[in-house]
Design a protein around this ligand. Structure first.
Ligand SMILES: Nc1ncnc2c1ncn2[C@@H]1O[C@H](COP(=O)(O)OP(=O)(O)OP(=O)(O)O)[C@@H](O)[C@H]1O
Length: 182
């Protein structure tokens, strides 16, 4: 039986809502945590199985990705930054943060990135329909899912402070860590 002394956190949300901004600021504020940008991690660990040309994105081989992540997840202390959360086993995860963003703010961010119109519309629609929030609530205990707004820098700072506080509390509440097994 193995246990992890640090929690694993997912930061998810529609592309452009601020996952990477939050994850990198949180990792700076909490040096025990490691930011895993899943898109980059998948590329670096040969977990790409193709390209979705209509969406202009890589297709990740999820089985390979989970195999590559498992030893790190078992140690704990990961901030998993991805626009999808349901693939990560519940037993790995201690907190799921779903970032949300006002549609017009999100539209402007995606336009600034130079995304084509169909990709902007698809993502804004995904945000309006709260797809990621629903996915998180359907796949994890609702008590570990929190929704945080990410429209501006003040919200970003507040969110990161709040998660830092949660992280400190988690460590105090779990001095022996938690089991990696069910
Ligand atoms: N809370 C925020 N306040 C101000 N700007 C923000 C905020 N969150 C994100 N941004 C800006 O929006 C853009 C997208 O942010 P970021 O890359 O963090 O999003 P993401 O959700 O990780 O996107 P992707 O899923 O495509 O990687 C960046 O230019 C970033 O500076």
């Amino acid at each position: 039986m193995s246990s992890r002394l640090l929690p694993n956190i997912i930061i998810t949300g529609t592309p452009g809502c601020g996952k990477t901004s939050h994850a990198s600021q949180l990792a700076q504020q909490c040096p025990e945590l490691t930011h895993i940008n899943v898109s980059e991690f998948a590329k670096a660990n040969n977990c790409i199985e193709g390209v979705d040309e209509s969406r202009d994105t890589s297709i990740v081989d999820e089985d390979k990705l989970l195999d590559a992540l498992e030893p790190l997840a078992d140690k704990g202390g990961l901030i998993i930054d991805w626009h999808c959360c349901e693939i990560f086993p519940e037993r790995w995860i201690d907190l799921v943060i779903v970032l949300t963003c006002d549609n017009t703010v999100l539209y402007d961010r995606l336009e600034k990135r130079g995304y084509k119109q169909s990709k902007i519309s698809e993502n804004v629609e995904c945000e309006i329909m709260q797809v990621l929030l629903t996915e998180a609530k359907e796949n994890y205990d609702e008590n570990i899912v929190i929704q945080l707004p990410s429209e501006n820098v003040d919200a970003l700072d507040e969110n990161v402070d709040r998660v830092t506080q949660w992280f400190d509390n988690w460590k105090s509440d779990h001095p022996e860590g938690v089991s990696n097994d069910y």
